[in-house]
Design a protein around this ligand. Structure first.
Ligand SMILES: Cc1cc2nc3c(=O)[nH]c(=O)nc-3n(C[C@H](O)[C@H](O)[C@H](O)COP(=O)(O)OP(=O)(O)OC[C@H]3O[C@@H](n4cnc5c(N)ncnc54)[C@H](O)[C@@H]3O)c2cc1C
Length: 441
């Protein structure tokens, strides 16, 4: 497995996270889930609730990667933009897919209740802000989402965005009042506890090193034991490795890093008056206020593993660039993980061959998309519901291995560079308009 490094200190360092034993004896189950991230544990929880016997095999520890080191923003949609989704599969299927993503978000909301997983500090509302002055594009997206895709969303004019966020870098905004955020680093451990309570067995330190997927009862091999199951769900993200190397190679690994500032006191509310998550339209910055006066901020990405601590300075500089009025900020903790991005921007959800399932490629929208994957796959296995086929047009495309990773980084840089340039042009045009208006007065 390649390396990912959790932060020096994290909310999930607490002793409350139980260690689970490795699988050291042979076992039979209805469903074997490979990987205890968001995807694998949602499959396990749902399948156990529906009465199946489930074993989850995790090579390291529950949530050690992205699933336990993320910001916890939950909103509908995929990494693929809505217009491109419609162009790819047509209006009706795009509507269905969008509606599934809303169901995924609703699922997370229902698990994150105080009765099921307490202490997740849920709060409402997500604001997507544009780095460019593109009001017309925004209006057409708003119409599509609210009229055709039945999603609650409000358009915010530039002035309203800038009242909420004191920066000249953002223009219009789209506010999703029904989107929400929870403590993304704790949710995964709550899911694991719920799955166990429902009867699923979770084994840590148990890498799956081989599978034999033919036949009705499939064989799963680990270093210390064997398992037999009628269904195998591959939910290993980019680390899957031996069980299906070719599947891992359809994902482009992208490491994303985040930090939490030291308390900023009153200066924070003078600059950030919005309490929910904020994401910019470049996909660069993603932040929100936590603990009353600290900023949690995700931004840097690489296509190779690095220690999150190394990005503390970059995150602090990024915060100052966006909000110069905040002055110096100290980053008190850092964390990060690797996401698996697909070439087409849609997750991999479906049956590869009889009884062999895949749930991966969730990219930046892992919360809603892994939840919907868990529901779709278990309902198909246990009830014959075949809505996962809506994802079939999005093939498993080779992400290019090592050369592909290099190309990925270059393409990413190019895309970011060009949108950053567009942002600069938009701010320039705005200043030019303002000075024209002034000189007319
Ligand atoms: C900094 C950051 C912020 C993010 N913020 C958000 C956010 O706000 N909202 C959102 O929706 N998404 C967010 N994401 C994305 C989200 O975290 C991911 O999409 C999601 O966690 C992926 O879940 P997963 O289960 O597919 O993968 P993983 O979390 O990687 O889990 C896969 C597990 O499978 C195990 N495994 C792999 N191979 C094997 C094997 N052969 N045998 C046994 N076990 C194996 C691995 O050890 C691992 O534990 C963020 C990501 C990062 C890094």
């Amino acid at each position: 497995m390649s390396e990912t490094f959790p932060g020096a200190t994290t909310l999930t360092d607490s002793a409350a996270i139980p260690e689970r034993q490795r699988l050291s004896f042979d076992l039979d189950a209805d469903i074997c889930v490979v990987g205890a991230g968001l995807a694998g544990l949602t499959v396990a929880l749902e399948a156990a609730r529906l009465g199946a016997s489930v074993a989850v095999l995790e090579g390291r520890r529950v949530g050690w990667n992205a699933s336990g080191h993320q910001l916890g923003t939950v909103m509908p949609g995929y990494d693929l933009a809505i217009g491109e989704l419609i162009a790819r599969v047509g209006f009706e299927d795009a509507r269905e897919l969008w509606s599934l993503s809303k169901q995924g978000a609703d699922y997370v909301r229902s698990q994150a209740s105080d009765e099921l997983i307490p202490g997740l500090a849920m709060s409402e509302g997500v604001l997507e802000v544009s780095n460019v002055d593109a009001g017309e594009q925004l209006i057409s997206r708003l119409q599509t989402l609210s009229e055709d895709f039945e999603t609650e969303v409000e358009g915010w004019q530039v002035e309203r965005v800038r009242e909420a966020l004191k920066t000249g870098r953002y223009f219009h905004g789209m506010y999703y009042p029904k989107a929400f955020q929870i403590d993304g680093r704790k949710y995964i451990h709550g899911l694991a506890a719920l799955a166990q309570r429902a009867g699923a067995r979770i084994f840590e330190d148990t890498p799956v090193v081989g599978i034999e997927p033919s036949g009705v009862r499939k064989r799963i091999v680990t270093p210390s034991a064997r398992l037999r199951a009628s269904h195998i769900v591959l939910a290993g993200n980019i680390h899957l490795g031996a069980p299906s190397k070719r599947l891992s190679e359809t994902l482009l690994p992208v490491w994303r890093y985040a930090g939490v500032t030291a308390p900023l006191g009153d200066r924070l509310k003078e600059v950030v008056a919005f309490q929910g998550s904020v994401m910019d339209s470049d996909g660069t910055d993603h932040f929100r206020i936590v603990d009353g006066d600290r900023l949690m901020w995700a931004s840097p990405e690489t296509t190779w593993a690095m220690r999150p601590q190394r990005f503390a300075g970059a995150i602090a500089r990024r915060i100052r660039t966006v909000f110069p009025a905040l002055g110096q900020v100290e980053i008190a903790e850092t964390f990060g993980g690797v996401m698996g991005l697909t070439v087409h921007g849609m997750p991999q959800i479906g049956e590869l061959r009889r009884g062999l399932w895949v749930a991966s490629g969730f990219g930046r929208q892992g919360m809603n998309a892994s939840a919907l994957a868990g529901q779709l796959i278990t309902r198909s296995i246990l009830w014959g519901d075949d809505r996962w086929r809506l994802f079939s047009p999005f093939e498993l495309v080779w992400a290019g291995g090592a050369p592909g990773r290099v190309a990925g980084q270059l393409v990413g840089l190019w895309a970011r560079g060009s949108s950053a340039a567009a942002g600069v042009r938009a701010r320039y045009r705005e200043r030019a308009r303002a000075s024209r208006n002034l000189s007319r007065k």
